[in-house]
Design a protein around this ligand. Structure first.
Ligand code: 13P
Ligand code: ZN
Length: 273
């Protein structure tokens, strides 16, 4: 892979992982990103098409065979990726039976894709059914949102409405709401399946006491979704530290007006009509 390190795709992931770290949402090796690339996008960088290594993966994603993903490495620190992209990122292609990936570029010290890669692949596959433009899965540990999972009921409707009412932008950015799974062991097929099931309805899923799993058709879209959700959680937290005595809020009627004005459809049944 000739000059792939200088590609727009590597620069985009290096920049966003740095931003995520700067926000404090990716301590140590917390968080992971995968970015689907098309054959056409990869082609200009292919010189010999050489496979560097074949790496086993814990799931079998036959429908994604031949698909390329630029992905963060397991155990890698987001604060380092910007300086060491060829070490901490890898470009992989899902191999014939879906049980392996072929490493085309990166992970040059022997690294492997994130431990959450099976969950990413299940997530991509699910979102691709809703939206052919789906390209990015982003997982991180946003502080205020995680804090809310200790104090708030883990009920999707209640949680979503709380965040919708914290700022006008929320409903416009995540009108379908936010999915929530129970606490589960990360890096497992079970958490991947539970998350993918939620991604059938929602573009983001809360992992209680852990973080968020978000999807999008671009790096900007996935990041924008996370920062909007986290901003709402930060406002909620600030309201609580001001005493939590809410004197006025955005009503359901106003949220319905907002949805009409912006042409979005709120999750059915979440707002009083
Ligand atoms: P990885 O280092 O394997 O990407 O894991 C980080 C993480 O956030 C697990 O949920
Ligand atoms: Zn995590």
């Amino acid at each position: 892979m000739n000059r792939f390190v200088d590609s727009l795709y590597v620069r985009e992931v290096a920049k966003i992982t740095d931003k995520l770290y700067q926000h404090g949402w990716d301590e140590r090796n917390g968080g992971n990103v995968s970015y689907r690339l098309t054959k056409e996008e990869v082609k200009p960088y292919e010189d010999t098409c050489e496979v560097l290594r074949r790496i086993p993966i814990a799931c079998s994603e036959e429908q994604l065979v031949g698909t390329y993903f630029l992905v963060t490495g397991t155990g890698r620190y987001f604060r380092n990726i910007i300086d060491f992209p060829e070490r901490d990122l890898g470009l992989v292609r899902i191999a014939e039976n879906g049980k392996y990936v072929d490493l085309m570029w990166g992970f040059n010290d022997g690294g492997r894709p994130t431990s959450e890669f099976p969950t990413h692949l299940m997530g991509h596959q699910t979102r691709l059914k809703q939206n052919k433009a789906q390209r990015v899965i982003m997982h991180c540990h946003p502080t205020h949102l995680i804090a809310m999972t200790f104090t708030q009921p883990l009920d999707e409707k209640t949680f979503t409405k709380t965040l919708w009412k914290m700022q006008t932008e929320s409903l416009v950015v995540f009108p379908e709401g936010i999915g929530i799974i129970p606490w589960m062991v990360p890096g497992t097929i079970a958490i991947g399946q539970a998350t993918a099931q939620k991604l059938e309805q929602f573009s983001s899923v809360i992992w209680p006491q852990h973080g968020i799993f978000a999807s999008g058709s671009s790096i900007d879209e996935a990041f924008g979704l996370i920062e909007t959700i986290e901003k709402a959680a930060q406002i909620w937290t600030t309201v609580q530290t001001q005493g939590g005595n809410i004197k006025q809020t955005i009503t359901d009627r106003e949220l319905n007006d907002l949805a009409r004005a912006f042409g979005v459809t709120p999750h059915p049944g979440y707002l009083e009509v």
